[in-house]
Design a protein around this ligand. Structure first.
Ligand SMILES: [Zn+2]
Length: 261
């Protein structure tokens, strides 16, 4: 494939992220990531162990259902519901003392019991849920993998790589989402992705009727954990102060979506 055709393909692949409206270059078919995620998620969940705390599981599912249906309404209204293609939400709670939660492509989400002491109200669950779901809706995993593939296989090889579903693509996915292997640590997202997930998460929780102001309290509690935080919440994450400053800056926008003011 010559350069000109390649760049035409890239241009055609440009889409916009809901809520933030950021232009996004998307190369890998999302269905491919969703399929890999479904397999990996099944493995993680069967290994579990799933928490025995029926009350907490119910709380997570209730918040998850409320947020995901609010997102559906929003995306349908804004004619962006193509984003939901292939998404089949699943919300689980894994018994592990890890302060973390994640959401894979296709809406496969898990909380760890280690984060539950910080989630003593539904607003705090909604803060984490909104943020993690935002990574999936914004297709940050896809974006990151596409960028990495572009770096490692080179421009021309990307379409070939995708077509043949080579081991390399699978490996990249497992690197990013190999949650079964290392205590639920997903490869850290970039700052850009983190800030974007924060903003989208605020809007998502607000749309679902959870007070977005509570997210600031949550991140303050997370900040107070200091060194106990998982790398995902430390290394490439925005510093706690910057994160809270950005949340406050975006708060008026999020409050515009909040009915229960
Ligand atoms: Zn994140």
């Amino acid at each position: 494939m010559n350069k000109k055709i390649f760049f035409l393909l890239i241009a055609a692949a440009c889409v916009r992220v809901p809520v933030t409206n950021r232009k996004q270059m998307k190369l890998l078919p999302e269905t491919m990531l969703q399929n890999m995620a479904a397999t990996e998620y099944k493995a993680v969940i069967s290994k579990g162990p799933i928490s025995q705390n029926a009350t907490d599981i119910e709380r997570i599912r209730k918040v998850g259902n409320r947020i995901s249906s609010a997102i559906r309404n929003y995306l349908v209204k804004h004619k962006q519901d193509k984003r939901l293609q292939g998404i089949a939400w699943e919300f689980n709670l894994i018994e592990q003392q890890v302060v973390n939660a994640w959401c894979m492509p296709g809406g496969k989400l898990a909380f760890y019991t280690g984060i539950m002491p910080l989630c003593n109200t539904d607003e705090f669950i909604a803060t984490v849920m909104g943020h993690e779901i935002a990574h999936a809706i914004a297709r940050h995993g896809n974006e990151r993998m596409s960028q990495q593939l572009l770096l490692t296989t080179g421009q021309v090889a990307v379409s070939v790589a995708v077509a043949n579903k080579p081991k390399e693509t699978q490996d990249l996915f497992l690197q990013a989402y190999g949650v079964g292997t290392a205590l639920g640590l997903i490869l850290p997202y970039s700052r850009l992705h983190e800030y974007e997930a924060d903003k989208m998460g605020l809007v998502f929780m607000a749309m679902a009727g959870y007070n977005p102001r509570k997210s600031v309290d949550f991140w303050k509690k997370m900040a107070a954990l200091g060194g106990q935080k998982p790398p995902q919440f430390m290394s490439t994450h925005p510093s706690d102060e910057n994160r809270i400053a950005e949340l406050n800056k975006f708060m008026p926008t999020a409050l515009g979506y909040f009915q229960g003011k």
